[in-house]
Design a protein around this ligand. Structure first.
Ligand code: AHR
Length: 676
């Protein structure tokens, strides 16, 4: 009897344990009945700054450095040989220098010059390149001849030169000449050599030719524009499907002094007459010094607007507010424009809006039309100032706001919250921005892993009314000397971004920074995309940005664990999650980051599905993972860590409930198609 009783008790306990089964591990519930918060079209975006040779030597496809001899050292980037003289009364008033090539003094000597490009000149076999030059004869002859050649200076072979062209200069007047050549070989580090050729049976004293704006440009640029962008880099950016394109920086907006701030008016009009500007990243860091870093402005505001349009992103120019970089200037030096000196800065801002949107009969609309774009660029946003702080900033910003609102009341103005993600300056600036009624506030945060792990709920408590957030510069800077684009940095960014996504009613724009870096020319890292002269490498952070951008959906829904947003807190086992619905593609998209070192069971359950909706069985999971936490993609091995898409096992998804495992250190994007 005793035995019978205990068997009964045991079976009762077993039955009870079955009936009251442990709650499934890590249950995340999606409230599919909620209306959802609309996702802004401006999510997610690109922050472009000419840092790390991102423009000249990078996205801008020009291969000749110092093409107009305007650097402080006019022959920087050039080797000259024979009889080459620098002149300064050229045809372009804002770039007056050019070179005169004359008789070298002896029949077997050469006169010419050679350009080293940006860490060399990269060319690919079978691709076309356009050599162009402004030239005129400068001796007594009617005609002069120049030849140009690509060279492999490091070769041990007999002949260094591999790609040639010749130009007949047939006028005493300045004219543009051009020749298209096809490279027979691929070479990452060629140089461009130019010779004055004999004009007759042998050279003579009367020979001379003037050359200006010497350019070597791929024919195959992004969308085929002549003064265009390097196709592979531009395509990598386009593939991020950006909602907004911020340019031209960053600190270069401000300048080390106001004299070398970015002045957009210098960056438009004929490319030959855009004056160069020293790049402030030239001398910012003694340990990464690039004295040959200048801005040619060949990639200027017209090209930025055009690129934004062609990749479907809202253009977002940022302009100087009359304050030079505050990191580089002691207030005692009076580096900023005084309040009564702001007029030209404000005029630049107002004129910029006219350049972008004005009718072709307006002064600046006409400039845009003459450059090839009579239709407006439909500018909606403008940033005033970059990382500014102190009382000087709001008082200057107010002057801009008044002028812009008076003429263009529909333009959205973006103010700065300074260089830091919190603290007194940040709080004061946010308070000021709210009273000044700007539409968006630019926040910057470069921080270690911990910040990203612990702050996925940062925006949960932001006021829902008033100015919205533009997370304008952010990136995980690995601590413990791991300040490179390693996998874990990207993973914590992914976790943090669940909080950006969840707060779609607060964060309207978010751009990782910086965007681009040349492997031989960087000053700042990590960066989103790296390149050399021939190759492009997408970082793990790139893939995180892309997974968010391509899966941003149309409406954010709540997803909770233990009744709270899934932000890696309160027993949530280092799990982070957000969910969007895409009403056009008809799918729910759940993003989950598992920052723990162990694989975990997760349950994603859809509650309150609208009656007409039915979740389909073909759920997919795209995941980003690396066994090596500090592993990275490299130029040599760019595809080590890439997203992988797999169907979810059918038996894992039942009754609107996905019960699956997420691997350790993994970012996963689950897609649940639905019908209705
Ligand atoms: O993104 C690099 C720099 O970081 C930007 O120029 C500046 O705004 C910030 O300090």
């Amino acid at each position: 009897m005793k035995i019978l009783k205990s068997i009964l008790a045991a079976s009762l306990m077993f039955a009870a344990s079955g009936a009251m089964a442990q709650p499934p591990h890590n249950l995340m519930t999606v409230d599919a009945g909620k209306k959802g918060i609309p996702v802004q079209e401006t999510m997610y975006g690109l922050f472009f700054e000419d840092i790390n040779f991102a423009a000249d030597g990078g996205l801008y496809a020009e291969k000749v450095k110092n093409r107009s001899f305007e650097f402080d050292d006019p022959f920087m980037g050039w080797e000259i040989f024979g009889n080459v003289k620098l002149q300064n009364d050229g045809p372009f008033e804002r770039n007056p220098h050019y070179v005169r090539l004359g008789y070298p003094g002896h029949p077997v000597r050469f006169t010419g010059l050679e350009n080293e490009g940006f860490f060399g000149i990269g060319v690919e076999a079978g691709k076309e390149y356009r050599f162009s030059v402004w030239a005129r004869t400068a001796g007594t002859k009617d005609k002069e001849y120049i030849s140009f050649h690509l060279t492999q200076n490091a070769t041990m072979g007999e002949d260094q030169m591999f790609c040639h062209g010749e130009i007949e200069v047939d006028s005493k007047e300045w004219k543009k000449y051009e020749v298209v050549v096809t490279s027979p070989v691929t070479e990452p580090k060629a140089a461009l050599r130019i010779f004055l050729e004999w004009n007759g049976p042998e050279p003579d004293h009367s020979q001379a030719v003037d050359l200006e704006h010497i350019s070597f440009f791929p024919v195959d640029t992004f969308n085929g524009h002549e003064n265009g962008l390097r196709k592979d880099i531009a395509e990598a950016l386009q593939a991020l499907d950006p909602g907004v394109f911020r340019f031209p920086g960053g600190c270069i907006v401000e300048g080390t002094t106001l004299d070398n701030r970015y002045q957009w008016k210098n960056s438009v009009g004929p490319v030959e007459n855009r004056p160069i500007n020293v790049n402030r990243w030239n001398y910012s860091f003694a340990h990464r010094l690039f004295p040959d870093y200048f801005q040619s402005y060949g990639l200027g505001f017209y090209e930025y607007f055009l690129f934004a349009e062609e990749i479907g992103a809202e253009p977002l120019p940022v302009i100087s507010c009359g304050m030079a970089c505050q990191f580089q200037n002691d207030p005692a030096w009076h580096p900023h424009a005084e309040m009564d000196e702001l007029e030209c800065f404000v005029q630049d801002a107002v004129d910029l809006i006219e350049f972008a949107n004005g009718d072709v009969n307006t002064k600046w609309g006409k400039v845009r039309a003459e450059m090839g774009h009579p239709e407006p660029f439909n500018l909606k946003y403008i940033g005033v100032g970059n990382e500014q702080w102190g009382k000087e900033y709001p008082e200057r910003l107010q002057v801009f706001i008044d002028a812009i609102r008076k003429k263009y009341p529909d333009i959205n103005i973006i103010g700065s919250s300074g260089p830091y993600r919190g603290g007194e300056w940040f709080d004061d600036l946010w308070a000021a921005m709210r009273t000044m009624d700007v539409q968006l506030v630019d926040e910057h945060y470069y921080a270690g892993e911990r910040f990203f792990e612990e702050n996925a709920d940062r925006y949960d408590s932001y006021p829902r009314e008033g100015a919205k957030v533009f997370a304008g510069e952010y990136a995980c800077h690995g601590s413990d000397n791991k300040k490179w684009n390693h996998f874990n940095a990207a993973l914590v960014e992914a976790a943090y971004m669940t909080g950006i996504e969840r707060n779609a009613d607060v964060v309207y724009m978010a751009t990782y920074a910086p965007l681009l870096a040349h492997v031989e020319g960087w000053q700042w890292r990590p960066d989103l995309v790296w390149f050399d002269n021939l190759n492009v490498m997408r970082t793990c952070s790139y893939y995180v940005q892309q997974l968010y951008a391509l899966n941003k959906g149309t409406d954010v829904l709540p997803i909770t664990m233990n009744g709270k947003p899934v932000a890696g807190k309160d027993g949530q086992r280092q799990l982070y999650a957000s969910v969007v619905k895409d009403t056009q593609k008809k799918e729910y998209i759940v993003k989950v980051a598992n920052l723990s070192y162990y694989s975990q069971e997760i349950n994603i359950r859809f509650d309150n599905l609208p009656r007409k909706q039915k979740l389909a069985a073909d759920v997919t999971c795209t995941s980003l993972h690396s066994d090596n936490n500090v592993g990275e993609n490299t130029i040599e091995n760019p595809d080590q860590i890439v997203p992988v898409t797999m169907p979810v096992r059918k038996d894992e998804f039942k009754d609107n409930n996905l019960k699956t495992r997420i691997g350790p250190k993994t970012f996963a994007v689950y897609k649940f198609p639905y019908t209705e």
